[in-house]
Design a protein around this ligand. Sequence first.
Ligand code: GLA
Length: 401
Amino acid sequence: MRRLGPALLCLSLFTQAATAQTVGHETLKLDAPKPLLLPTPPMGWNSWNKFGCNVSETLIRQQADAMVASGMKAAGYTYLVIDDCWQKSRDADGNIQPDPERFPSGMKALADYVHSKGLKFGLYSDAGALTCGGRPGSAGHEFQDARQYAKWGVDWLKYDWCYTGPRTPEAAYTIMAKALRASGRDIVLSICEWGNSRPGRWAHPIGHLWRTTGDIWDAWKGKKEWSHGLLDIIDMNADLWAEAAPNGWNDPDMLEVGNGGMTTTEYESHFSIWAMLAAPLIAGNDLSRMDADTRRILTNAEVIRVDQDPLGRQGRRVWRQGDLEVWVRTLADGERAAVLFNRGEAPADIKVTWAQLDLAPHLKAQVHDLWSGRKTRGVSGEYGGRVAPHGVIMVRVTPAS
Ligand code: GLA
């Protein structure tokens, strides 16, 4: 069993106390507290980044098999989530129906298959009349849909924000949270309103994670319609660190590692910064066709260990000069993580100081480079190195005992 740290205990008390809140003129009461399902950020896979609407039971079974065979499950990835476009229609009683051509065996059989692999099963819906892909949404069917998901064996609901009309996100997500809690099954609620209403300020009693931005785009930087490249997503998340805590995480969107739009170095930076952000690690690539670098990055046990640190405190950017940055994260038991990040086009020397890490200047520590594996003992005052263009040095700093 995972150790529940003091931060988590506090949060759980806070969550239980905060089950009623006022939104405009409405009082939204959550009858049951948010189930404690994510003491550390979730890890899993989602179909959207690679496959879009091209989902089917064949694909999901293949990805479930690959999640086990590739070593992703052993590295900690658990949730397998079907994003948009699995839904087709509602029957005469309003029950949501999967696309019969793509999911001929039905969702219960598919969930059973995923569970038989020791994995968890997730689905997507939308708080509006339609999903972003134009399929039936859950507006007006929240309790009926939640009961259906529970019957199928769903463990995770990603709940999107297209076609929602005048309701506030807080009101709409509260309804689905109530419906899920009344369903009789523990289901993670993944809020996806793109950070529009700053969900970190209201979502703790309601959901387990919340998107903080529009969609990620598999590119180093820039904007394409409502999607943003890696640097843009990082900048939009840099100041939100105070809003995350165990069982309620900022979600800078799913991983693009392995999808081909960035270099291996850039994907290492992507994965490292996600670990510093205590971000959900939701792979978005084809797990059945991973090259060696993709597998090496996604299953780097030491970087994952930073992401999954039991203290659950999100890291932050503490220094920035031109294209060079230093990120730090306080870990459990007095350890620290740091990322030296070079966004520029030439190699650069970057260092982290013990002051930035909130460590006494003469304290001696072991510094473990999490990508090269090199360990250096007896370091004090600062640690630095030459960082490749678009690359990182990521370290765990362990004070000598
Ligand atoms: C929105 C979400 C994406 C994805 C698509 C599906 O854009 O932000 O993550 O779920 O909808 O249509």
